[in-house]
Design a protein around this ligand. Structure first.
Ligand SMILES: *Cc1c(COP(=O)(O)O)cnc(C)c1O
Length: 219
């Protein structure tokens, strides 16, 4: 299967899952996760019509995407990995959306950067729904306070994102995040990866983040 065939297959499966869902989101967008994929692989996806990409490291994305964004002005890039405050300036310059806001300090740094440069990517808050110590994301019990903090700073907070524990059934995590988003009036929900994006659609995903099912296994 080529990248173009994989993309076609996944888009068709998203479409079918949306048709079967009782209450799908108004739209479900495919974020092609291109971490470790070289520019040629990304160009193949662009040639097939994919314009939305996700990367988990600022530095890797800086090496690949400025040129690709020049070639494709409609390319949209999301940061889906943890962000350190000392990389906020670079991230704000390159990414259209940061899906991994997870602490007050980072919200503060984004607000400062917006004041300095006028730039602030749209934001999703990452929630550590499995309360895994090694994983990024705000703990569920602290999410409301962080949402309030981001709103007080008037940051463009649009939704929530989570990565369920690898060995868990993802459904309760997706359901929890969907309810948290509803309770706080947040429209966007970034859930679902290669193994469970159809399930995520059922729970109202506005974004699914798919890597290996598009580009193949990462070495
Ligand atoms: C790598 C990654 C994905 C994609 O995972 P696949 O299983 O390859 O689809 C999705 N979300 C995040 C945050 C990732 O780091």
């Amino acid at each position: 299967m080529t990248i173009a065939q994989n993309l076609g297959d996944i888009l068709a499966r998203i479409d079918a899952a949306r048709k079967a869902a009782i209450q799908p989101a108004p739209a479900t967008r495919l974020v092609a996760v291109s971490k470790t994929v070289d520019q040629d692989g990304i160009r193949e996806a662009l040639a097939a019509g994919q314009t939305l990409f996700g990367e988990n490291r600022v530095q890797e994305a800086q090496g690949k995407f400025p040129a690709l964004k020049n070639e494709h002005p409609d390319l949209e890039l999301h940061l889906i990995g943890p962000l350190q405050t000392n990389k906020v300036k670079e991230a704000a310059a390159l990414f259209d959306v940061i899906q991994t806001l997870d602490r007050a300090k980072l919200a503060d740094a984004l607000a400062v950067e917006r004041q300095k440069s006028g730039r602030c990517p749209r934001l999703l808050l990452q929630v550590n729904t499995g309360e895994e110590p090694q994983k990024a994301g705000v703990l569920p019990g602290e999410a409301a306070a962080l949402i309030a903090h981001a709103r007080k700073l008037e940051l463009p907070l649009e939704g929530l994102m989570c990565i369920p524990p690898a060995d868990d059934d993802a459904a309760p995590h997706f359901a929890f995040l969907a309810k948290l988003a509803r309770d706080h009036g947040l429209a966007q929900l970034s859930i679902g990866m290669s193994g469970d994006f159809e399930l995520a659609v059922k729970f109202g995903a506005t974004h699914v983040r798919v890597g290996t099912a598009i580009f193949g296994a990462r070495s």
